[in-house]
Ligand binder design. Structure first.
Ligand code: ADP
Ligand code: ADP
Length: 234
């Protein structure tokens, strides 16, 4: 199933095209690597998918249907969740508070349902394959490693009913072992039928995890290739 498709998307700032006519799609259960140097247009495309930036041209399709008036709300309704590079986590807060930030579970009386949030947080972390030794739902996020923090942000995206999780350079600042942790979360998330758009600077960041790669260069798709094609080209 075609989850999301962009057709001929353009975005210009003044007379500079940050994105100059990009068409791409992500299918259900797929991990796609989106690559490109600084200035290639990756951030602009992510912001467009999130509805935060309006394209100057082009169409967006969700599950085969064009969605007019694309916006942050439409993006959310489509099940698109972005984990930005800074992950927007409150590092002095617990895992529970970070997962439910702004979407607290309340009782029928309107009080915060702390017990339900703790067990839900535990379930979500188990669902993505989180196995930190220091983990409890009450762990302070600032005590977790870089890869584990990505896990918290991914768990939050899943709680927010993500069908497509966009990971913005999630491993760029991480060591090899931490990168492996993030890859493990991504594999688990894919097994549940969700899709991942994995943003990276270069092919090394995504080769082991993505099945298909899209390389952006100066706002255009310079190359689109599956992992199998990339392997047989070697
Ligand atoms: P990447 O994320 O791949 O580094 P960006 O999407 O950030 O690429 O940028 C693509 C191009 O668009 C760059 O030339 C950048 O300078 C330009 N650009 C991005 N955002 C803005 C903006 N808000 N105003 C003007 N130019 C921008
Ligand atoms: P990174 O290289 O991503 O920064 P760290 O070296 O900070 O990772 O963390 C390695 C391990 O130590 C992780 O499993 C993390 O959960 C644990 N850890 C890091 N800081 C603390 C802390 N202040 N208290 C308890 N455990 C911690």
């Amino acid at each position: 199933e075609r989850l999301i498709e962009l057709r001929d998307i353009k975005k210009s700032y003044g007379n500079v095209f940050a994105v100059g006519g990009v068409s791409l799609h992500v299918d259900r259960g797929e991990v796609v690597g989106l690559l490109g140097d600084n200035g290639a247009g990756k951030s602009t495309l992510i912001k467009i998918l999130a509805g935060a930036v309006r394209p100057s041209h082009g169409q967006i399709f969700v599950r085969g249907k064009e969605v007019p008036g694309w916006s942050p709300a439409r993006s959310r309704d489509a099940g698109i969740e972005t984990v930005f590079q800074d992950r927007a986590l409150a590092v002095q807060q617990t895992i529970v508070r970070n997962i439910f930030m702004g979407r607290e579970i309340t009782t029928a009386m309107g009080f915060l349902d702390v017990a339900k949030e703790r067990s839900e947080a535990e379930r979500l972390m188990r669902e993505i394959g989180f196995t930190s030794k220091v983990f409890s739902p009450d762990s302070i996020v600032g005590q977790l490693s870089g890869g584990e923090r990505q896990g918290v942000a991914i768990a939050r995206a899943i709680y927010n009913k993500a069908d497509l999780i966009i990971l913005d350079e999630p491993t760029t600042a991480l060591s090899l072992t931490e990168t492996e942790k993030v890859f493990r979360f991504v594999r688990t998330v894919r097994e549940s039928g969700r899709s991942i758009l994995f943003i990276g600077h270069n092919i090394h960041h995504v080769f082991d995890i993505a099945e298909r790669f899209i390389v952006l260069d100066r706002g255009r798709v310079a190359l689109e290739i599956t992992k199998d094609e990339a392997k047989s080209a070697e």
